[in-house]
Design a protein around this ligand. Structure first.
Ligand SMILES: CC(C)(COP(=O)(O)OP(=O)(O)OC[C@H]1O[C@@H](n2cnc3c(N)ncnc32)[C@H](O)[C@@H]1OP(=O)(O)O)[C@@H](O)C(=O)NCCC(=O)NCCS
Length: 248
């Protein structure tokens, strides 16, 4: 509990920035050799595993479902250090310039959150994709999720000469809740628009049923113009966004 006291006091009136300074969270590029075990630990949390597509609670479950999905090009990994390395094998091979980037939020040497950016240089993508937005269940409501999202957005939309990708748009999805529930509201607050639900978009673990059902995904998008228009309402200026960028 000691770690959370500051955030509870600050929550009454302060914004994200103040709570974050209490949380002392740093967003950086994941180093899978160093972080895989901690990420696996985070992804084992019951409230996270159901929101991640293709992560199984154990090797046994992953093996079983990989056999079932063999023909569907679906790839399930266990929430173990090896599984996490497999899942993110093609990430971070060229720092922030990689085609797929995984960022982690670190607090006192603990990994307390993640977010991934898949760049639209991937075949079939027209916008950058934001996914794997997750925060440790004991560290929520301290602004970490929003900071991860803002960092991903800053990376996508800041012009290249400011360290960003100069992207034209971003898309994201929230699994299986109408309009994304409160997570959808969080995206909307950051300037995203709901663009509807994509049926049977991915498989993810259902703890009660102990199986991988296909899940719907509530989709959200934002264009570069909408992103910059939203800054005023969010009271964020470009210089502050730049400070969010992890080091290259
Ligand atoms: C979604 C998630 C990443 C948010 O992380 P977080 O660090 O708690 O988010 P923040 O503290 O930055 O909260 C941002 C805002 O979201 C909203 N919010 C967050 N959690 C909420 C909750 N449980 N109920 C209602 N609103 C909530 C609030 O508006 C909040 O701002 P406020 O605290 O100033 O009111 C976290 O809840 C999580 O990991 N959930 C499980 C995985 C998941 O659903 N991921 C989403 C992608 S599929």
């Amino acid at each position: 509990m000691g770690e959370r006291e500051g955030s509870i006091i600050a929550r009454s009136d302060a914004g994200v920035q103040e709570r974050l300074s209490k949380a002392r969270v740093e967003i950086r590029l994941a180093d899978l050799d160093r972080d895989a075990a901690k990420i696996a630990n985070l992804f084992s949390q019951p409230s996270i595993i159901g929101h991640l597509s293709g992560i199984a609670p154990s090797r046994f479950v992953a093996d079983k479902w990989n056999r079932i999905f063999e023909e569907q090009n679906t790839f399930i990994v266990p929430a173990t250090p090896e599984g996490i390395k497999d899942l993110y094998e093609s990430y971070n091979n060229n720092g922030l310039d990689s085609k797929k980037v995984l960022l982690v939020a670190e607090n006192k040497e603990q990994i307390v959150g993640t977010v991934a950016v898949v760049k639209y240089t991937d075949p079939g993508l027209t916008y950058h994709i934001i996914s794997q937005l997750d925060v440790d269940q004991y560290q929520r409501r301290r602004g970490i999720g929003r900071k991860l999202l803002r960092t991903a957005d800053a990376l996508i939309f800041l012009p290249r000469n400011m360290g960003g990708l100069g992207g034209v748009g971003a898309e994201t999805g929230v699994i299986g809740i109408n309009e994304g529930g409160f997570v959808g509201d969080m995206f909307k607050h950051e300037g995203y628009r709901s663009i509807g639900t994509q049926r049977d978009f991915c498989v993810s673990w259902d703890r009660r049923a102990r199986e991988f059902p296909f899940r719907d995904s509530d989709r959200f998008q934002i264009t570069r113009q909408e992103f910059f228009d939203s800054l005023q309402e969010k009271r964020v200026n470009i210089a502050d966004l730049r400070k969010l960028l992890p080091k290259r």
